[in-house]
Ligand binder design. Structure first.
Ligand code: BTN
Length: 182
């Protein structure tokens, strides 16, 4: 398989991974669910790098926008982007790009610290930066109230960061040359 074909296959694979992670039941503790799908977004950026990782999330979201029921609870359609979690969905694309930029900068295998910084920066800060203001706008609360409400996501997101860090470093160690081509 040449590099371009492998790249397209990786993008499709990670878009499918994000879709499959809709299967564990979401915790609907508020207007925005706690979901395992952010683990797929984190892995897309950290494993594939900024552009292919971002493309994987974009491909997943195009399928959602086209109406496929790939969000938790079997949701899909363009309406998902105009609901309380619409900002988070846009943040997933930017977040995967930022994760990839931080994790993949430099020639060598990243340290666990760089992976964690990338996942916190892209997978939490960037995602929340998009998500919280839109959540506030759609639910009619202040940004501060939406930010406080978003604290409920932090324990789950911390667990996903731990898993994504272990998986990324293990894959990088096992397939160093593959990562060089991503
Ligand atoms: C959707 O299913 O409509 C999108 C869900 C967005 C969930 C956000 S992403 C960051 C934070 N972490 C979670 O587990 N849930 C929220």
């Amino acid at each position: 398989m040449n590099t371009r074909t492998a790249g397209i296959a990786h993008i499709a694979l990670f878009a499918a991974l994000i879709a499959v992670l809709a299967l564990p039941p979401a915790l609907p503790l508020g207007p925005v669910p706690i979901t395992a799908q952010t683990l797929g977004v984190m892995l897309a950026g950290a494993v594939l790098g900024p552009w292919r990782g971002g493309a994987a999330v974009l491909l997943f979201e195009v399928m959602v926008a086209a109406g496929l029921p790939l969000l938790t609870g079997g949701r899909g359609g363009i309406g998902a982007f105009f609901g309380p979690s619409g900002g988070y969905l846009l943040g997933w694309i930017a977040g995967a790009v930022v994760i990839g930029l931080i994790v993949h900068t430099g020639a060598n295998r990243p340290t666990w610290l760089r992976v964690i910084v990338g996942l916190i920066g892209g997978g939490v800060l960037v995602v929340y930066l998009f998500g919280i203001p839109v959540q506030a706008l759609v639910t009619g609360t202040t940004v501060t109230e939406a930010a406080v409400a978003s604290l409920v996501f932090l324990p789950g997101d911390a667990l996903k960061i731990a898993i994504a860090t272990l998986v990324t470093l293990a894959l990088w160690k096992a397939y160093p040359r593959a990562f060089g081509q991503l």
